[in-house]
Design a protein around this ligand. Structure first.
Ligand code: NAP
Length: 277
């Protein structure tokens, strides 16, 4: 269990000192009016954590939807694409994200995917500058393996850059237990993307059997499984009913045996192939 995670807490404390809501709204593939309306609805339902990225091409829509809300009450994550990881490109990307999102700072800015063609020292120094200038409150990575973290953590430590989060694919069909243990040990928050396996994982009957006991859906059981392990989840939905459902997971607890049953679904159902990026 993560040091900074308390069961049934709706937030997790990051190594940077800031708190992150344990459920967020994923916005990949939401664009234009649909994105604006979905983010507004999510905010009204109680979402306070929004996950976007330069490559989703929807930062302006997310910014439009959140215009006028108390900035301190929300948590916004964005991501710098791998082609923009040269020092100056990171700085420019962040400036553009801030403009599009209409905000003075990002709560969390991630390296979206690693890029071995660019020196990581060069990349990290830009994120350190953004932290020092308070343009970002926390820094993190995405799609990082244990091996990559082992290599790059000392580089970050050397310049005083704290890696607060690692966003990776994680759902009942891809239980990356070793990576989770490693991140917990290093006090790096693990954020699950595609936490519902893009909908595919909801075919697993064990989730339905467990859900029946608590009058919860398969999606709620999946999200509860993640959050009980101390993992932050950012499900995407454009349906009001699903948005509500995905937030409504803090009034029940899975037993250790139920968690093990879901763990046993294994780690072979990867949906996003890192080789394609
Ligand atoms: N860092 C990265 O490289 C990376 C990669 C992929 C994704 N992400 C982030 O992670 C977020 C979430 O991942 P994702 O969009 O791939 O997939 P996901 O959240 O696992 O699944 C989304 C799918 O599940 C459906 N769904 C949502 N809630 C449901 C519910 N309660 N019951 C039944 N179906 C439900 C949605 O349909 P409806 O809209 O109809 O509800 C949608 O088809 C993304 O939006 C993005 O922000 C990051």
């Amino acid at each position: 269990m993560n040091n900074h995670f308390k069961e049934n807490a709706s937030e997790i404390k990051l190594k940077s000192g800031y708190s992150m809501p344990i459920i967020g709204l994923g916005t990949w593939q939401l664009k234009g009016r649909e994105c604006v309306e979905t983010v507004k609805t999510a905010y009204q339902l109680g979402y306070r954590h929004f996950d976007t990225a330069i490559s989703y091409d929807n930062e302006e829509d997310v910014g439009e939807a959140l215009k006028g809300v108390d900035r301190e009450s929300i948590f916004i994550t964005s991501k710098v694409p791998p082609i923009n990881l040269n020092h100056e490109d990171v700085i420019n990307s962040c400036r553009q994200s801030l403009e599009k999102l209409k905000t003075d700072y990002l709560d969390l800015l991630l390296i979206h995917w690693p890029n071995d063609e660019i020196s990581i020292k060069n990349t990290f120094s830009a994120f350190k500058k953004l932290m020092d200038e308070k343009k970002i409150r926390s820094f993190g990575v995405s799609n990082y393996t244990i091996e990559r973290l082992e290599t790059e953590l000392p580089v970050a430590n050397n310049i005083g850059l704290v890696i607060s989060a690692n966003q990776v694919e994680y759902h009942p069909g891809l239980n990356q237990e070793d990576l989770l243990d490693y991140c917990i040990n290093k006090d790096i928050a693990l954020v699950a993307y595609s936490p519902l396996g893009r909908g595919d994982i909801l075919a697993e009957s064990v989730l339905g059997e467990i859900g029946q006991k608590y009058s919860k859906t398969k999606a709620q059981v999946s999200l509860r499984w993640l959050t009980q392990k101390g993992i932050v989840a950012i499900p995407k939905s454009s349906s009001k009913q699903h948005l509500q459902e995905n937030l409504d997971i803090f009034d029940f607890s899975l037993t250790d045996e139920e968690i093990e049953l879901i763990d046993d679904l294994g780690n072979s159902q990867r949906l996003i192939n890192p080789e394609l990026f």
